[in-house]
Write a protein that binds this ligand. Structure first.
Ligand SMILES: Cc1cc2nc3c(=O)[nH]c(=O)nc-3n(C[C@H](O)[C@H](O)[C@H](O)COP(=O)(O)OP(=O)(O)OC[C@H]3O[C@@H](n4cnc5c(N)ncnc54)[C@H](O)[C@@H]3O)c2cc1C
Length: 397
């Protein structure tokens, strides 16, 4: 069997793996990236609608979900959005800020992959695609052995950067979790995050036919609130507000929507009653909300009459409903469309500064394979860059 010796083997050529590889190789180590898919960085290519929301300048530990909320602090503080932006600018990639610190490429996310590949090439990191790993073991000297189409790869350090389970068609696999478990690491239960929610039964029927309708809402669940757009889909609801709250929602949890965020619904209803007493509620609602949705509200939740016919208690009840509308979701669309995977390799057994296993020297975990997932808006890539960079420095120290 052909034997390839290297200092560092990185499993997974995604955002975290490529950042780790270029950092470690840049410090003089021999680095070999083993990517299972036919090309690296597929999620980067798909991201941000093809423009890659590569970071968020407002990144703080609060935008991450993990059983240990402190775990992200060290790496995020050491490799900030400004470090990544400096790299982007050095490669003359034009970018723009979309909203609230979200930075996107002007042209294409291909440029981000190109940049990472150029950095890897400059530093001398070797990248092999279609290199799925058949077996992982250790030799007598404690080096890691990985069997793949290259033969047997021997490495003193193994960095697992194989990502989460989201979007299997982009190369996602449970490889990192299985490897972690084989080496005695705990893996916390995984579930889809940043994912559209589905509705069923009468809850779906009541909203049937609204696919494509979008409106600004504030959505609340389990003490979290996100103000952004909601989009009705054929199967349920999506849009940034729903994707964000989906990471905090479990089946059966109460989900509430403010349909008129930032407005006083009671004052609005009173003004309509005063100024347009003969107008039907559904006509007026259609001035404040998308017409099709306003009609549906009037059919199913707020029976429409001329405004003058509503007694004050009913106005108050309607206002309360507009600010606290219950949405009963039955599930999520799952990993097929999820942007991230929640849960994963338990951070308790991993160093937050070197990303090395506390029980298996030389074994590191970076990126989404860990029990860390960020909000929508560039935070997940920032985690991949920061954790990949920290591990890349650590293996070379
Ligand atoms: C459609 C979509 C859009 C997104 N948009 C954004 C965005 O705009 N901004 C943002 O911050 N985040 C975004 N995300 C999330 C972001 O892409 C991920 O959080 C990030 O890519 C995680 O980096 P990673 O390196 O840990 O994993 P990945 O980027 O998933 O990389 C893991 C790599 O490991 C490889 N791999 C898996 N199993 C094996 C194996 N057995 N052997 C070898 N290789 C293997 C995979 O093929 C993949 O290349 C998006 C996600 C999706 C799905």
């Amino acid at each position: 069997m052909n034997v390839v010796d290297t200092d560092v083997a990185v499993v997974g050529g995604g955002a975290a793996g490529l950042m780790c590889a270029m950092t470690a190789a840049g410090r003089g180590l021999r680095v070999l990236v083993l990517e299972g898919a036919n090309r690296v960085g597929k999620k980067i290519l798909m991201s941000g609608g093809g423009r890659c929301n590569f970071t968020n300048t407002g990144t703080t530990p609060e935008q991450y979900l993990s059983a240990n909320p402190h775990f992200v602090k060290s790496a995020l503080a050491r490799y900030t959005p400004w470090h990544f932006l400096e790299l982007v600018e050095r490669h003359r990639i034009a970018w723009h800020e979309k909203e609230a610190g979200q930075l996107f490429c002007d042209e294409s996310s291909k440029l981000v992959v190109r940049m990472l590949l150029d950095e890897c090439a400059r530093a001398g990191a070797r990248i092999e695609t279609q290199a799925a790993i058949a077996r992982v073991g250790r030799d007598d000297a404690g080096r890691f052995e990985l069997d793949c189409r290259l033969g047997r790869v021997r490495a003193s350090r193994l960095v697992v950067a194989s990502g989460g389970l989201s979007i299997p068609s982009l190369g996602a696999s449970g490889f990192g979790y299985a490897l972690a478990a084989d080496f005695g690491h705990a893996v916390l239960p995984t579930r889809a995050g940043l994912v559209p929610l589905t509705l069923s039964g009468r809850h779906q029927e009541r909203l049937d036919g609204l696919a494509g309708v979008s409106l600004p809402v504030e959505v609340r669940c389990n003490g979290r609130a996100f103000a952004d757009a909601l989009l009705f889909t054929h199967r349920g609801v999506s849009g940034p507000a729903i994707l964000q709250i989906s990471s905090y929602w479990h089946p059966g949890d109460d989900l509430r929507l403010d349909l008129l965020p930032g407005r006083d619904a009671h004052a609005l209803l009173q003004a309509w009653q005063r100024e347009r007493p003969a107008a039907e509620l559904r006509t007026l609602l259609a001035e404040a909300l998308p017409r099709r949705f306003a009609q549906r509200l009037a059919e199913r939740w707020l029976p429409s009459r001329p405004m003058r016919q509503y007694p004050p208690p009913e106005l108050r009840r309607m206002a309360a409903l507009l600010h606290d509308w219950p949405l009963v979701a039955s599930g999520t669309e799952g990993y097929r469309t999820a942007e991230v995977t929640l849960g994963g390799v338990d951070t308790d057994q991993v160093s937050s500064s070197t990303f090395e296993s506390r029980s298996v020297p030389g074994l590191h975990f970076v990126g989404e394979v860990l029990d860390v997932a960020g909000w929508l808006g560039g935070y997940n890539f920032q985690w991949a860059w920061a954790s990949g960079h920290a591990a890349g420095e650590a293996v070379a120290s």
